[in-house]
Design a binder for this molecule. Structure first.
Ligand SMILES: Cc1ncc(COP(=O)(O)O)c(C=O)c1O
Length: 500
């Protein structure tokens, strides 16, 4: 594998000094001699064309939403509109220091304020903090607020958090990090929340229930208001995992369903680019009774005084720390760039967010239908059809497929299908999650894919299901890195480039 050091030896440098050499010599003269390098630093040297080719080559080795269809369920990998990038790169957003005083930041703070308001509005919450930088961090932050609330009302004995068995792993992990024990409840036969199972576990020790709606099976929980009633009557709080908000935004909201706290994944619903661990943003929204525990800073505003230069539209914005704040969960003001991009996205869509979620749902149902109903001549070539992960006739923004029939028919499993899809130029769907669906593939097309792209994916998916089993079990074949042994790789991490 080539890397930038392989160009070493070239005389040229891709970097041009922006100042005359005389200045460089002068600058050098100001550095104490004992701090000057005795020999070259060993940086790679490459000419400008070599450098450009190197980075272009590297970028081509990546797979991203800009290179192809990315149906990664529960991740909402949608197109990131370029207008967001333009706005975040304006000097007033990009060139400011986090320590800049309030009177230098009024424009950015007005955006933060507006974003807090818009997020509160769309989720039916009363207050928002933009601090957390991931969904999981939002979960932790909100559960800590709930914990402080229970302490304040003398109910700190509540030490259990309930999660359905279809929950994302971060839900129980976040609650456990706050010191709670986790109670998992099984889903009903229809893949939905089982109210009897919930009734059987709620009680005086219930601190909260964490749930996403639609669930990770892609189905809406029709009994969610009843579930909230059961939990509230027992004195617990309801937490909404907003990873699947793309399915319902504009149509309904967690506040109406009875939730007390929610996180938003700006990097999913609100088009902040993501993948590979970042960058993300997971603001949380809460109802009034939890607002005083939110982490700081929160932006508030008052009418500007005449002498206040730099005020925005007659308002003066200030950073606030809520009275009983749990403290900071992130340095500075959270992931400010992500907030600005998502603010641009939100402002552009406005009320059309409803249409956006409707298209996301339409695309998921269309693709599910296309995959599950191949033409007879296609069907006869397929080794075995997958089983739909959920019996619901209509799903929301994503669906799950069990590859178990393939295992029985030809010994090919979900992982083999996922790996083979890479050969056809796709990112693999989410694999083996939720765990209640055996050999699960979870597919979320999002609203930004065209009908043609979905048709092509269904066609290629069928081709994969009819490929020679040996090709499937040894896939991928067309990628730079072929089939890897994940267990070996996880236990023998090689984090440094070697020339072998
Ligand atoms: C259902 C669900 N909840 C929570 C999370 C955690 O979000 P994040 O990756 O931003 O920490 C995810 C992430 O994919 C998810 O799918």
């Amino acid at each position: 594998m080539s890397n930038i050091f392989s160009f070493n030896g070239a005389e040229e440098s891709g970097y041009s000094q922006p100042y005359p050499i005389a200045d460089a010599e002068q600058a050098k003269a100001t550095i104490p001699t004992n701090l000057l390098r005795k020999e070259r630093a060993g940086w790679p040297t490459a000419s400008e064309p070599e450098l450009v080719r190197h980075y272009t080559w590297l970028s081509r080795r990546n797979f991203g939403i800009d290179t192809g269809f990315y149906p990664l369920g529960s991740c909402t990998m949608k197109h990131n509109p370029r207008i967001n990038e333009k706005i975040v790169q304006l000097a007033g957003m990009n060139d400011i220091h986090p320590l800049a005083p309030e009177n230098h930041l009024q424009g950015l703070m007005s955006i933060f304020f507006e974003m807090q308001e818009m997020l509160a509005h769309c989720a039916g919450m009363d207050a928002v903090t933009l601090q957390p930088v991931a969904g999981a961090q939002g979960e932790f932050t909100a559960i800590r607020c709930i914990q402080e609330y229970h302490r304040m009302i003398g109910e700190e004995h509540r030490d259990k958090v309930i999660v359905p068995d279809s929950a994302h792993g971060t839900n129980p992990a976040s609650a456990a990090m706050c010191g709670y024990s986790i109670i998992e409840i099984p889903s009903g036969e229809d893949g939905r929340l089982d109210l009897d199972a919930l009734r059987a576990v709620v009680g005086e020790d219930t601190a909260a229930m964490m749930i996403t709606n639609p669930s990770t099976l892609g189905v809406f929980e029709p009994d969610i208001a009843e579930a909230a009633k059961i939990v509230h009557e027992a004195g617990g709080q309801m937490y909404y995992d907003g990873a699947n908000f793309n399915a319902i935004i504009g149509r309904t909201n967690p506040g109406l369903m009875g939730f007390d706290a929610v996180h938003y994944n700006l990097h999913k619903t609100f088009s902040q680019p993501h993948g590979g661990g970042g960058p993300g943003s997971g603001p949380i929204g809460v109802k009034e009774h939890l607002a005083e525990f939110l982490p700081s800073p929160i932006v508030s505003r008052r009418p500007a005084e005449e002498k206040e230069i730099g005020a925005c539209d007659g308002w003066w914005y200030t950073w606030q720390k809520p009275e009983k704040s749990i403290g900071k969960v992130q340095q500075w003001h959270g992931n400010a760039g992500a907030v600005v991009r998502s603010w641009a996205f939100y402002r552009r869509y406005g009320k059309d967010l409803t249409t956006m979620s409707e298209h996301a749902v339409l695309n998921a149902n269309y693709l599910r239908y296309k995959i599950m109903n191949p033409e007879p001549e296609v069907l006869e070539k397929i080794h075995a059809m997958p089983v739909d992960g959920c019996p619901a006739e209509v799903v929301k923004h994503e669906f799950t497929l069990s590859m178990s029939p393939l295992v029985d028919a030809v010994g090919v499993n979900g992982k083999d299908v996922a790996k083979r899809l890479l050969d056809y130029g796709y990112m693999a769907p989410t694999l083996y999650f939720p765990m209640i669906v055996p050999e699960c593939l979870m597919i979320e097309p999002t609203e930004t894919e065209s009908k043609e792209e979905l048709d092509l994916f269904a066609e290629n998916f069928h081709k994969v299901l009819s490929d020679d089993p040996e090709i499937l079990t040894s896939a991928p074949h067309n990628t730079d890195v072929k089939r890897v042994d994940e267990v070996w790789a996880a236990r023998n991490l090689i984090l440094r480039h070697t020339d072998e």
